[in-house]
Design a protein around this ligand. Structure first.
Ligand code: FAD
Ligand code: 2HG
Ligand code: ZN
Length: 471
């Protein structure tokens, strides 16, 4: 019996895909930037079926690659080219298991799409604050496995800060039930946090108990033109001083990034008549009308204009206008998919060092590939920028860009390392950033990670080749 026969007889023929047409969707990622060859795709519909599938693969010595929404940007959900790895899709595990409005928790299957998690919270007048442009496709299991960030981190934290408990299928097929809705629980090592950000290399998340927050249906949103990244960082302080906990998002967009959206996203429109070098999207949010969101935003903008930190501003006057401002920020990643090759670098440094990092890398990148286009944007409030690179529009070539990819990445990563930063702030390592990270990580830290991997997955069958380089 092959593992396909075993899986088919245990889970039924409908749960195992083997036809080339069916496998195609699991053979490439959202960007079309990576590829792999699945042996088959197994689609369990419940935790017990995930456990059975993983146990059968374990017994057969076959590697398992978990797959959520397939929107990850580091190649983590792709099998390798060997044609021997089984992709395990959580797409049929879409059950909202329990909503506890009194306890402010929500328990869901791992395959529930993030937008549906948000909607389940909204249905009981609560907020699940994780917010990504991919929220209509990514799954909560994938979000936790990558410890996703997004636009609400400065107020609510990364995905790992939004989870209280997990249910996980381990490498040998046993199920760990850690679905505890407790806010306080000091009973030993924090296993829940161990699985967050582990990118499917330690086990398969099958369900999660999540934290809910008070709903924030009121918003005050502004799109600002700024003279520099220094101004963006200084203005952040001004906004914080006036908005306090109401500050919900503070996003940076370079002119190159805005131009990319304007070229490719239908309905996108530059709110200003003039061109500017930098833009910020600032949003305050709250529960009621009497929280003074508009006055706080106005006071911050007035201070910003007086200190020459802001050169122009538009404040959303309606939900539709708010959406159109957000489109200019959230549309960037999608727009880049239609704008030729893009080398993605998702880096973070302490926020005060961002201006210096961007100035320094601009010079280093120009020295490697004259004219290279810096499509920079990101979550400036968290010190996290997407320092994406594209070929010059006039005369640049994607081939030249790709040929210089290694040197361009080194230029960015060296500058980041010199400032104590991270070369993967929120997208994880997968295969795309695995080696670059290992080359820059303290050997003691790498050893600790290898020990954890060895303890939880001694046969190396859980998403092998991701996060840690093969020995
Ligand atoms: P997949 O892509 O399917 O998988 C990602 C990784 O998690 C893989 O290693 C996979 O093996 C593993 N995995 C998936 N499900 C499980 C599971 N149940 N158990 C164990 N391992 C699992 N990321 C951010 O952090 N911030 C952003 O702002 C952001 N914006 C994005 C915008 C766009 C347009 C796109 C396309 C992506 C964006 N991302 C962002 C990337 C982000 O990582 C993913 O969108 C999301 O977190 C991945 O979820 P997924 O379900 O698609 O996971
Ligand atoms: C974002 O912030 C995402 O829009 C995607 O993290 C970043 O595509 C990217 O590089
Ligand atoms: Zn991002």
């Amino acid at each position: 019996m092959t593992v396909i026969d075993d899986l088919t007889s245990a889970l039924g023929p409908g749960a195992v895909l083997t036809e080339p047409d069916d496998l195609a969707a699991y053979s490439t990622d959202w960007r079309g930037a990576g590829s792999g060859r699945p042996h088959c795709v197994v689609r369990p519909s419940a935790t017990a079926e995930v456990a059975t599938a993983v146990r059968l693969c374990h017994e057969a010595g076959v590697a398992v690659v978990p797959h959520g929404g397939g929107t990850g940007l580091s190649g983590g959900a792709l099998p390798d080219d060997s044609g021997t790895q089984v992709v395990l899709s959580l797409a049929r595990m879409r059950r909202v298991r329990e909503v506890d409005a009194a306890g402010d928790t929500l328990t869901v299957d791992a395959g529930v799409v993030l937008a549906d998690v948000q909607a389940a919270a909204e249905a009981v007048d609560r907020l699940f604050p994780l917010s990504l442009a991919s929220e209509g496709s990514c799954t909560i299991g994938g979000n936790l496995a990558t410890n996703a960030g997004g636009t609400a981190v400065l107020r609510y934290g990364m995905a790992r800060e939004l989870v209280l408990g997990l249910e996980v299928v381990l490498a040998d097929g046993r199920v760990w039930d850690g679905l505890r809705p407790l806010r306080k629980d000091n009973t030993g090592y924090d296993l829940t946090q161990l699985f967050c950000g582990s990118e499917g290399t330690l086990g398969i998340i099958t369900a999660a108990t999540l934290r809910l927050f008070p709903a924030t249906p009121r918003h005050a949103t502004a799109w600002l033109a700024l003279p520099s990244v220094e101004a963006a960082v200084s203005l952040l302080g001004q906004v914080r001083a006036r908005a306090g906990q109401s500050l919900a998002a503070y996003e940076l967009v370079s002119r190159e990034a805005l131009d990319t959206v304007l070229r490719h996203v239908p309905g996108a429109r530059d709110p200003f008549g003039e061109r500017h070098d930098w833009y910020a999207l600032v949003e305050l949010s709250g529960a009621t009308d009497d929280e003074g969101l508009e006055p706080a935003l106005e006071a911050a903008l007035t201070a910003g204009f007086e200190a020459s930190l802001v050169t122009d501003a538009v404040v959303a006057g309606s939900p539709t206008q708010r959406e159109s401002l957000w489109l200019l920020r959230e549309g960037i990643s999608e727009a880049q998919n239609h704008d030729g090759a893009s080398l993605k670098h998702d880096v973070s440094v302490p926020v005060a060092l961002l201006p210096d990092l961007l100035a320094d890398t601009a010079g280093r990148l120009e020295a490697v590939l004259p004219g290279v286009r810096l499509v920079t944007y990101g979550h400036v409030g968290d010190g996290n920028v997407h320092h994406n690179l594209a070929a010059a529009l006039d005369g640049g070539s994607d081939d030249d860009l790709r040929a210089a990819a290694g040197d361009l990445a080194d230029a960015i990563y060296d500058a980041v390392a010199e400032r104590g930063g991270s070369i993967s702030a929120e997208h994880g390592l997968g295969t795309a950033k695995r080696d670059a990270n290992a080359a820059r990580t303290d050997p003691v830290e790498l050893d600790l990670m290898r020990s954890i991997k060895q303890a939880l997955d001694p046969d190396g069958l859980m998403n092998p080749g991701k996060v840690l380089p093969p020995r």
